[in-house]
Design a protein around this ligand. Structure first.
Ligand code: ES4
Ligand code: ZN
Length: 324
């Protein structure tokens, strides 16, 4: 099955590019930017990646992202991720970035988007990997700040497909960003949001109703509301599930407790994604392998995960036809 999974074409819909920063690259970038890292080696840093919950992860993740300064840094980060995509047979990826993590410390929006975008263009040329960019608002910050960020996003709308919502879910419900998302939609951007990761099923309902999302990031707590699960099935609303992330952040105790295969068998449009692979211990193939190991899936079920991701992606209909 390892060979089948490795060879299976994959589509990634939930990947924070800052979360793909491996300790080795972090050390290299920090050195050239003359930033001090309070660890002796990349191995020592990796050892420190033990999390109790979402917030304990986010604290370390934002620290790591602060090493990124120049356009070259963002290019190198994105390029390293694309090289991993190639190894994992990822044919299309839709990547998140967090503009405010960088603009709030004086890095220009242009620096960030140009570095990421140029690497993606080269990834398409060299590896044939197609891609889209989604800019996420940090939900622990204000809606005002999100709207200010939206203005920058709109200046680069030729490179950005949609907006998302990430960071601390507890205490920052979808409702807080209703107006910012309305403005984004009016401008022609797609919308997605993290919901039902650590927050309740109600956040999934609100992301769909108030933020008009095209898909839900995580969404695994939908099972707490039977009517919602039925609605997700009927409306073919996709969930971008991140199995290894959910174990690392203790959303589930272990992989055998994870509900993704149950949801798949019930007809929910679930997909497998890597979230923050440098922090959670695995890229796309690793996530597929981990789920298959504890749930024993058929080839047809594994293939369905890719079909679901193609359908839920923001690729043009022509390109979808090519991938189908
Ligand atoms: C994230 Cl796993 C997760 N959840 C919410 N926000 C995030 N940002 C980066 N990874
Ligand atoms: Zn995420």
């Amino acid at each position: 099955m390892k060979e089948f999974i490795l060879g299976l074409p994959k589509v990634e819909l939930h990947l924070h590019i800052e979360g793909s920063l491996e300790p080795e690259l972090l050390f290299k970038i920090a050195e050239r930017n003359q930033i001090d890292i309070p660890y002796d080696s990349p191995e020592a840093l990796r050892q420190a990646y033990q999390f109790e919950d979402l917030q304990s992860f986010l604290d370390i993740y934002y620290q790591g992202a602060h090493a990124l300064h120049t356009e070259q840094d963002f290019y190198d980060l994105t390029w390293a991720y694309l090289e991993r995509c190639k190894l994992d047979n990822v044919i299309h990826t839709e990547i998140f970035f967090d503009p405010q993590t960088h603009t709030d410390r004086g890095i220009a929006f242009d620096t960030v988007i140009n570095g990421i975008y140029n690497a993606l263009l080269d990834g398409e040329k060299s590896f044939g990997i197609s891609s889209n960019i989604i800019a996420c608002f940090l939900r622990h910050l204000s809606q005002e700040s999100a709207i200010e960020t939206l203005e920058s996003i709109l200046k680069h709308q030729d490179k950005i497909t949609g907006v998302g919502l990430d960071s601390s879910e507890a205490g920052n419900p979808p409702e807080k960003f209703k107006y910012a998302f309305q403005l984004a939609k009016q401008a022609g951007l797609k919308t997605v949001a993290h919901a039902g990761e650590e927050g309740p099923a109600q956040n999934i309902i609100d992301a769909i109703d108030m933020l008009k999302v095209s898909r839900v990031d995580h969404g695994v707590r939908c099972v707490e509301d039977e009517d919602l699960v039925k609605q997700l099935i009927n409306n073919k609303m996709a969930l971008t599930v991140c199995p290894l992330s959910n174990i690392k952040l203790r959303v589930f105790n272990d992989m055998s407790q994870h509900n993704i295969v149950d949801l798949l068998r019930r007809g929910v449009t679930v997909t497998i994604n890597s979230d923050d692979p440098a922090y959670f211990g695995g890229y796309m193939t690793d996530n597929f392998m981990a789920v298959n190991q504890s749930h024993k899936m058929t080839k047809s079920e594994l293939t369905q995960l890719t079909i679901n991701a193609i359908e839920a992606s923001f690729i043009s209909e022509e390109l979808k036809d090519k991938y189908r």
